[in-house]
Design a protein around this ligand. Structure first.
Ligand SMILES: C[S@@+](CC[C@H](N)C(=O)[O-])C[C@H]1O[C@@H](n2cnc3c(N)ncnc32)[C@H](O)[C@@H]1O
Length: 226
């Protein structure tokens, strides 16, 4: 990976996330988001798309893409499935990221709101309840981004039999209570575990670690709503 000295700051400003400032932070990061992530190696959105295709995604499927950002999950869904169009609704907290995704014209609709508030989700977005074949969340389970409450929103948004497909660094699973959150919803019969797979991200930053970008192990998870 080659980083020009004048671009170094674009990598170092990533990090220090928290839920109160997440939208302002991504409004800043959006200007070079895809260039930065693609240059360090960002398999999360393609991992989510691949798992959706593996679990029966077709052009007719309805997708809710949580933390859609600039729209990479739908880019990969099109590439991996061969679909011309994708029936996807995006949700994101950052206007800047949403604008980038909208410029691609690949989502049916994108809504700006903060996830991880189940009551507000059910009250203000009742048309999203019980509607989707797939809920994807690439890069949303991360420090200062989403709490395990987002799993309830995924479950609410899915049809029975629909799939929740999301990624997380392995090192976040215990401290951020993501694993506990997944397990609790298995125990309460809300969803069943289908599979998980490990992969390395930020691999291209191996010889040149920058800010939070250095190779790290992640997992993609697949759960099915019961
Ligand atoms: C690392 S980016 C991932 C974007 C895209 N899914 C991808 O794979 O490239 C995380 C995105 O989640 C959004 N986000 C973070 N926390 C959020 C929350 N609580 N509610 C809604 N969006 C959130 C951010 O604005 C950002 O666009």
């Amino acid at each position: 990976m080659e980083v020009k000295e004048e671009n170094r700051e674009e990598y170092e400003i990533h990090g220090g996330f928290n839920q109160d400032t997440i939208s302002a932070k991504y409004d800043e990061l959006c200007r070079n988001y895809e260039e930065v992530y693609n240059s360090v190696g960002w398999p999360d959105p393609s991992q989510c798309a691949e798992k959706a295709v593996e679990h029966g995604y077709t052009q007719e499927s309805e997708v809710l893409d949580m933390g859609c950002g600039t729209g990479l999950v739908v880019d990969y869904l099109k590439e991996k499935s061969g679909a011309d169009t994708v029936k996807a609704i995006g949700v994101d907290a950052s206007d800047g990221m949403i604008k980038k995704a909208e410029e691609k014209g690949t989502y049916t609709e994108i809504r700006n709101f903060l996830l991880c508030n189940l009551e507000s989700f059910k009250t203000n977005h009742s048309d999203l309840i019980g509607r989707f074949d797939y809920v994807t969340a690439s890069g949303l389970l991360a420090e200062g981004h989403a709490t395990p409450e987002v799993f309830d929103e995924m479950i609410e948004a899915l049809k029975v039999g629909g799939y929740a497909i999301f990624t997380s660094r392995i090192e976040y699973l215990e401290p951020l209570n993501y694993q506990k959150g997944m397990d609790e919803r298995v125990e309460s019969g809300k969803w069943e575990f289908i599979k998980k797979e490990e992969y390395e991200k930020y691999s291209k930053a191996k010889d040149c670690p920058l800010g939070r970008f250095k190779p790290v192990m992640s997992e993609v998870f697949v759960y099915r709503k019961l």
